[in-house]
Write a protein that binds this ligand. Structure first.
Ligand code: ARG
Length: 563
């Protein structure tokens, strides 16, 4: 039971004729200042019921309250302030975490149900963008958080590997491409070819038709087209995998858009059967005016299918394959309308499970104040960003801890972790700017700061040769440790909030605040002083390491023990 629950019960025992348990809990406040205790009960709203002044109610209630479980219960004006028994609470909390370890804060609300998470999903033959990076790291963290509360996440990389653009690319490659160059530098070369195609097409409009024809060939299984497409795809994947390796992120499925090529006829047939398809200037659409949305374009005039048609086939495939409890799409904010149309179209078809499809949008990243866009060639290559971050971590380690063993590996964990953490620490819908210096700082609200705090705590434990023992009576009653104990107590609730809101930033913020509280404690307290609370202080340090490590894990960061 947390402090509020304890207080709720005790007050309820006295006011149960007039208030419900929930009402009592709702009224409770957490005082800003420690001088007013840990939990406060304001009596204003009882004035009407008891027809008395709140001050008087407070003192009368306080007299009837069983205060044996508290350090003290104090009346200040209309408030009853409860001071928890620090020794008892800290003992309970420390013992619980020592017993449960990394499973502290686990839940089983997910019932082991499958939750496919559509994440990362870059487009073949193009560089992976900062937006795709966001989708990758946010999706990965949500998967870990959902796993912690009892779901089975299925991480799906819905690659953009189908569509007319591949017809264009095939044409461009056959006209101007050089095999050798593509082999050496696939993404950049393919992107150049694609850009070249668009430049030339402005003067030679027939190119566009050639591109469409090439895509039709590809759709019809023409050997040459298929071989080229496969080659572009596998070269691109090799490049993407380099980045996923650096990030330490894996997928359960790489079924991209192409996978649904032979599954779209069924969608069109189903729509026809349900009389939902309408002709509009030669194209086939589904009317969504009942949802106050523009019609969904299902089939183009030339018979070609579209992004949304493939997403419909994918949604149905996922429902059949995973029988999901929910199906998540971690995709930038700019595609919100697409996902509204997607869900509405499936709903029109009578698929009520479309209500369980959840678009998890996120904001845009700018770099040094500017928007990033592939088309204008202003690509920020992610690999470069990650390598720069690693380099910067290396420099800082060389300066701060030159004798550190395994420097390269740790610099990688810190540099990559810095980029991931920076991405996750803000509410995901916020837009933010990316400046390398800020990302890799060891101080401030950064990943390296949390990792550094963890390593520092680990070094204290090593120095003391401390091993936790769940049967010992660790108990603390000083203000410094009390602040940390309260954080630890709130951990399970924090996890639930993160899962409920699909918000890794909740975990990241917790990690920062816990680190700050710990560093303050470390600055003010002689942890290794040889007195009778030394072991209890070490147990507290140990529990902090358990939570920081779990926070880092849930965000997808490594927790090096030395740094
Ligand atoms: N490939 C798309 C893009 O880069 C993202 C795909 C998102 N997932 C989906 N099922 N539509 O814009």
């Amino acid at each position: 039971m947390n402090n509020k629950e304890v207080v709720t019960k005790i007050i309820f025992d006295v006011v149960h004729d007039d208030l419900t348990l929930d009402q009592v809990e709702y009224l409770l406040e957490t005082p800003k200042s420690a001088a007013h205790g840990d939990v406060a009960f304001p009596t204003f709203s009882l004035a009407k019921i008891y027809r008395k002044a709140p001050q008087q109610i407070a003192s009368e209630l306080a007299e009837q309250i069983d205060d044996t479980a508290f350090e003290k219960v104090e009346v200040v004006g209309p408030y009853i302030n409860f001071f928890m028994d620090k020794k008892k609470v800290s003992h309970d909390v420390l013992t619980t975490v020592i017993e449960q370890g990394e499973h502290y804060g686990d839940f089983n609300i997910g019932n082991d149900d499958n939750v496919p998470i559509d994440m990362s999903s870059p487009n073949i033959a193009k560089p992976i963008s900062m937006g795709h990076l966001r989708s990758t790291v946010i999706g990965n963290s949500i998967a870990l958080i959902l796993q912690k509360v009892g779901y089975q996440p299925v991480k799906i990389n819905h690659l953009g590997d189908w569509g007319t653009q591949f017809g264009k690319l095939i044409v461009a490659y056959k006209k101007w491409g050089v095999e050798e160059k593509v082999r050496n530098n696939p993404i950049e070369e393919l992107l150049n070819l694609y850009v070249e195609f668009h430049e030339k097409a402005e003067e030679e409009p027939t190119l566009e038709e050639e591109g469409r024809a090439a895509f039709r060939k590809l759709e019809n299984g023409d050997q040459e087209a298929v071989d080229l497409w496969k080659w572009f795809r596998s070269e691109s994947l090799k490049e993407f995998d380099k980045i996923y390796d650096m990030l330490g992120i894996t997928f359960d499925s790489y079924k991209g858009e192409a996978f649904y090529e032979d599954k779209m006829d069924e969608i069109v047939e189903l729509l026809e059967e349900k009389h939902l398809l309408k002709e509009d200037r030669g194209a086939e659409i589904v009317d969504l005016s009942a949802y106050e949305l523009n019609p969904a374009l299902i089939k183009k005039r030339d018979g070609g299918t579209l992004y949304i048609t493939r997403d419909m086939a994918a949604a149905l495939y996922r429902k059949r394959t995973y029988d999901f409890a929910k199906s998540l799409y971690v995709v930038g904010n700019e595609q919100s309308y697409h996902f509204k149309q997607l869900k509405a179209t499936l709903k029109e078809m009578g698929y009520d499970w479309s209500d369980d499809m959840i678009h998890i949008p996120f904001g845009l990243i700018t770099k040094d104040g500017k928007k990033l866009s592939t088309r204008k060639g202003k690509v920020v290559l992610l690999e470069e960003v990650l390598n720069d971050a690693i380099q910067s971590a290396q420099n800082q380690i060389a300066e701060k801890n030159p004798s550190l063993e395994n420097k390269e590996e740790i610099a990688k964990q810190v540099g990559v972790g810095a980029v991931i953490f920076h991405d996750l620490k803000n509410d995901r819908l916020n837009t933010f700017d990316f400046t390398l210096e800020e990302v890799v700082r060891f101080e401030g609200e950064t990943g390296p700061y949390v990792q550094y705090t963890y390593a520092r705590a680990m070094s204290i434990l090593r120095k003391a040769g401390f091993t936790p023992d769940e049967n010992k009576n660790y108990a603390l009653d000083d203000e410094g440790s009390w602040e940390i104990v309260k954080f630890i107590q709130g951990y399970p609730e924090m996890i639930l909030e993160a899962a409920d809101k699909y918000e890794p930033s909740v975990v990241a913020k917790h990690a920062i605040r816990l680190s700050q509280a710990f560093n303050k404690y470390y600055g003010n307290t002689r942890i290794l002083a040889e007195d009778k609370q030394q072991e209890a202080r070490l147990a507290l340090v140990y529990v902090v390491t358990v939570l920081l490590k779990e926070d880092l894990h849930l965000l997808g960061l490594q927790a090096p023990e030395r740094m």
